[in-house]
Every structure is written in C-alpha cells, then in structure tokens.
Design a protein around this ligand. Structure first.
Ligand SMILES: *Cc1c(COP(=O)(O)O)cnc(C)c1O
Length: 401
C-alpha cells in the first residue's frame, strides 16, 4: 500500500516548485504564484486517472468523508449504515455531521454484507457507506440496488482501495460520491490529504465551498466571495498537493508492483489446503495492497499469530480482530459514547446500544483473518523467504492440533 516507499526526486521537484514562489496556499495570490497551482493540477489528475467528473481535495480522508456526507445532505438524526470492520475515521466522520452510525456485519469480502444492510434499513436511514477495506471491495451491484430501491445515498469510503476496480470502474467513483485518503500509509500519499470524488456537480460545488469556509470561489477577490452556506476549513496546502502530484504519476507502477508481489506471496500460502482467501465480488479487481487470508478457526488463527510473533515474523501481518483501531470488538470509546463534548441524545443512545448488539457473524470472520501488508520494495528473494517462513509457522501450528 505505501507510496512513501518511493518518495524521491519527483516529489522533491514538485514541492520545490511551491517553495520557490513561497505561495503555500491553494487559493488566491494569483500574481506571485507564477502559474503554480498544485492542488488544482492534482484535482485534474484525479478526475482523469480515476474517471470521475469532479474531485475536491481536502486536508485528510476523514475530512473528505465529513465533507462528502454534508454535500450529500446527511446530517442530524440521519442513519448511516456502515461496516463493523473499518478504520475509526469512518464513524468519526458520521458523528461529526450529527448523524448516527449504524454498524452492521461484514461477510467474507471483509466489507458490508448486503443482507445485513437490508435488515438495518428503517425510515431514518439516509446513507449506506461501504468501506472497501484492505484494497478490495464490497458487492457494489447489490448495494447499489438496495440504495436505488430505498432511495438511499451510496457513499464509498475507498480510502484504502485506491486503484481497485469493480466492473471496469475505479473504486470511489461508483457511488453518489467516494473518498480517498492520502495519509502517509496509503497507496499514494500527500503526507496528509484526501479527496471527494463525484459525478454530481451540486455535490462537487458544495464540497468545494464547504472545505473553504463556504467560499463560492466565483470571483478573483477572495474577500468579495459570497458564502451561500456555512462552511469549515478542510483545505489542503500546496505543499501537500505537490507531493500527491508526483505520487499519482507513479500510481500505475505502484499497482503493478503491488499486484506482482501479492501474487507471488499468495502462491506460498496456497500450498496450505486449510487456508482460504478473502472473497472478491464478481467483476472486482483487488488493488492487492494486502493479502487477506483465513484459517479454519479463531483458535488456530490466534495460535498462528502467537507462533509468528514468537518467530519474529509477525511484522506487516495484521490480526484486525485484536487491533484497537479497526474492529468493533476494541472500540470501547465508541460503545461507551466517550466524547469530549455532549452529543445528541439520538447519537448517544445509538452508541450505547452497540454494547448489547451482537456481531457474532463478523467475529466468526475477523477471528480467522490475517491480512499481510504488501510492500512495494520487496525483492523476489525476500518474498521467497517471507513466504517460506510463514508457511513453516502455519504448518507447525496445524500439525500440533
Ligand atoms: C485512512 C482511512 C481513513 C481516513 O483517512 P485520513 O486521511 O487518515 O484521515 C478513512 N477510512 C479508512 C478506511 C481509512 O483507511
């Protein structure tokens, strides 16, 4: 996944362009900036690379999710259906707009189970937010059909799946809006940054205004801009956008390496008949940022994690089930509604309700899942060594059964 593995002369050149003019802000200063508009250039590159009409950069992926929800009209009291396996940012964004996160089970795609989504729909449901975790995707045809049937918004959190495709379209461009994160560990990075992508002009214009205090950006004088609605500051800086511009030009080569390394490592794990792999929905192509695999039981998986730790080969392997940041089982702050300020009674009640909600179906999947992060800089020799050591550790545990 990490583009930071290839930070180099290209990124430095783009940043230096900005440092030479000293105009670090993306708006205004038309004269002194000498034609350097990195954020605009990156937005354009995003629309052409990913095939969407509009792209609005933000200061983070979390800010992109917040912005997208507001631009789509999600707010106070609205319910947003989202998966129990994601990064905390997904529910943080829902809460930030006053909406209610409704967490539901995942399936072996490691993303939203469409049946669980259907069951969670009620009169307050406004939006379905699949999170395309670890490089691959939710069943977007099934979710699109559900959204069409119930007149719901489909917002893709594609922060972790830059470059993955579904039926020929890039993830993040299929719903009413989609977001990427360009934080430091994502497929391509700006250090910090994110983007809202959409084909809807209204959603774009609202995103554009919201991220810059509501500016309508129609004139040449910022002070004379109108403010058609109340906004916020989620602007990206020119320095960050400059890094992203160099990175997006390398995306194809990153993806090619990632797919090659993922496939090579997979051939080792495939030697073990007890191992199965994450399900990719029909028509989907994984970005391959992780290789996610299952063992037959949670107990065996925990033993394999312990064995890999013991052998010093656990680094880069994620057992999300026991991870504080990615799965409901460890989100006590969420389930106890531990917030700094008061939130709405509806939000609080929904969060406390999570304590007594069963996620047994997700537990049964996450308890058996290990995701191996794919590095872009592995050599063939390193992949061989890694694959052989992993296979040996797994076999040892399986043989001791
Ligand atoms: C990284 C990430 C985000 C948030 O992105 P930031 O840029 O770190 O704010 C949101 N959702 C998912 C699934 C992520 O992995």
């Amino acid at each position: 996944m990490p583009g930071f593995e290839f930070f180099g002369a290209e990124e430095r050149k783009e940043v230096n362009d900005v440092l030479e003019t000293g105009i670090l802000m993306r708006y205004g200063f038309d004269g002194p900036r000498k034609g350097i508009w990195k954020a605009q250039e990156l937005e354009k590159a995003i629309t052409t690379t990913f095939g969407c009409k509009y792209a609005q950069l933000t200061s983070s992926g979390t800010a992109a999710l917040t912005t997208a929800m507001l631009a789509l009209g999600v707010g106070y009291g609205d319910e947003v259906i989202m998966p129990a396996f994601t990064f905390v940012a997904s529910f943080e964004a829902v809460l930030s707009v006053g909406a209610i996160p409704v967490l539901v089970d995942i399936d072996e795609t490691l993303t939203l189970n469409p049946h669980a989504v259907r069951k969670a729909i009620n009169a307050k449901t406004k939006c379905v937010m699949p999170v395309h975790m670890c490089g691959s995707m939710a069943d977007l045809d099934a979710l699109s059909a559900i959204c069409a049937e119930h007149n719901l918004i489909l917002l893709e959190d594609a922060c972790q799946s830059i470059g993955g495709t579904y039926k020929g379209k890039l993830l993040g461009t299929i719903g009413h809006a989609g977001t990427f994160s360009f934080d430091f560990v994502k497929m391509i990075t700006c250090a910090e940054g994110g983007v809202v992508m959409t084909n809807n002009k209204d959603v774009y214009e609202k995103s554009d205004g919201y991220t810059d205090h509501g500016h309508d950006h129609l004139g040449v004088d910022r002070g004379a801009d109108l403010h058609p609605f109340i906004g916020y500051n989620f602007r990206i800086s020119e320095l960050h956008a400059a890094v992203g511009l160099a990175q997006i030009r390398k995306l194809d080569s990153f993806l090619a390496l990632q797919k090659k390394n993922n496939k090579a490592l997979r051939t080792y794990l495939e030697q073990i008949p007890e191992i199965s792999f994450r399900v990719i929905p029909e028509g989907g192509e994984d970005s391959c940022s992780f290789l996610s695999w299952f063992l037959p039981t949670t107990e065996l998986t925990q033993s394999v994690v312990a064995e890999m730790k013991e052998q010093g080969i656990l680094a880069g392997n994620f057992y999300w089930f026991a991870n504080n940041w990615h799965y409901i089982s460890k989100w006590d702050h969420l389930k106890n509604s531990t917030t700094l300020g008061r939130i709405s009674p509806e939000q609080e009640a929904a969060l406390l309700h999570l304590k007594s909600t069963s996620f047994a179906a997700s537990d049964a999947i996450m308890g058996r899942c290990i995701s191996t992060a794919i590095s872009l800089i592995w050599t063939d020799e390193q992949i061989k060594e890694k694959g052989e050591k992993m296979v040996a550790a797994i076999r040892k545990v399986l043989n001791e059964r």
